[in-house]
Design a protein around this ligand. Structure first.
Ligand code: ZN
Length: 333
């Protein structure tokens, strides 16, 4: 069967660039891209300008989302003040303002003592910690050890390496409370671009695919990270690729049509699992997916303000069609 109707998806890791980076993306343009990509909810990272390290700034994002967003927006707040890896932010106040998780994404929390204190305080506040691990395997191993020692949980962002997959599998076997995500560019052959962590080798792609299948990795997130063409042409170019409008197509092409995952598992990785990790409700509504639609990406037609896709000109098998509310009513008659 080619046509499937499901509820909208959840992306637990995007960069909407507002405030401070509105030339790259806004909450309005980023959520338009999210909606076109089949997502009904996104969680946005706090490395804006200024960063989301106070309750006032978290409330600003929620207010802008209320005015301009086309899908639900859940802010993630900083672990440390200014993402400097030193003083912890006020987790309870950030949660009260509406933050759903904590992360210094873009930077690792380098100091082990700071991360240990953050894990304990985040557990007390009831907020998940999302760890940007750099160097990836080394910091992931450290944070999983800390979670084990302190009886807390940690979520590992954007896993790209076989060695990290193996470390997560070992930690899960030991009973550590750890979840992990990867991104479409880490399981798709032929992806391109400069991002952090960088694209790895084909053995890493296969390890990530296996980890999505066997439960070592729990979620697919895009790490949608818009940058303008001029910024990407500069030296050194900033890290990041966009992904909201291609995630479903890439996942169907690289995971479903290769026989790696069935549709139920695939959509659990893009909906139920990220919602559960962030403790947010599943979005309402309906999307339609044509699993067999063959199409070629024209990046000029993307709704994101930026064009830094890892899949320029790529041909996919599988496409999502977001249903308007009124169409949904007609189509389900
Ligand atoms: Zn990151």
């Amino acid at each position: 069967m080619a046509l499937v109707r499901i509820r909208p998806l959840v992306d637990m890791h995007v960069h909407l660039r507002e405030p401070g980076g509105e030339h790259k993306e806004t909450i309005a343009s980023g959520t338009a891209a999210a909606k076109a990509g089949g997502f009904g909810a996104v969680a946005c990272m706090p490395n804006t300008t200024p960063p989301l390290d106070t309750s006032e700034r978290v409330r600003f994002v929620i207010g802008r989302a209320r005015e301009t967003a086309l899908v639900s927006v859940y802010p993630i707040a900083c672990i440390t003040v200014g993402q400097r890896g030193e003083a912890l932010t006020d987790f309870a106040a950030l949660k009260a303002a509406g933050a759903v998780a904590l992360s210094d994404d873009g930077y690792p929390v380098a100091d082990e003592g700071v991360m240990r204190a953050a894990l304990i305080k985040a557990a007390e506040a009831g907020l998940p910690i999302i760890s940007h691990c750099e160097p990836e395997t080394q910091i992931a191993e450290r944070d999983m050890r800390l979670a084990g020692e302190t009886g807390t949980s940690v979520h590992i962002a954007h896993v790209s390496l076989r060695s990290t997959v193996e470390a997560i599998a070992r930690a899960k076997l030991r009973g550590v409370s750890v979840t992990a995500e990867t991104c479409p560019h880490y399981f798709t052959e032929g992806a391109s671009g400069k991002m952090n962590p960088p694209l790895a080798g084909s053995e890493d792609i296969w390890a990530v695919r296996r980890a999505l299948s066997d439960g070592t990795i729990d979620a697919i997130a895009t790490d949608h990270a818009p940058h303008t063409r001029a910024e990407k042409a500069a030296l050194p170019a900033p890290n990041g690729v966009i992904g909201l409008e291609t995630a479903v197509a890439a996942a169907l092409t690289a995971l479903y049509h290769t026989g790696t995952l069935g549709l139920d598992r695939l959509f659990a990785l893009m909906r139920e699992n990220p919602a559960k990790i962030l403790r947010i409700p599943l979005p309402e509504g309906e999307i339609e997916i044509d699993t067999d639609k063959i199409w070629t990406l024209d990046e000029e037609k993307l709704l994101s303000k930026s064009r830094n896709t890892p899949f320029p000109g790529m041909t996919f098998k599988g496409r999502v069609f977001p249903l308007l509310q009124e169409n949904a009513a007609i189509a389900t008659l």
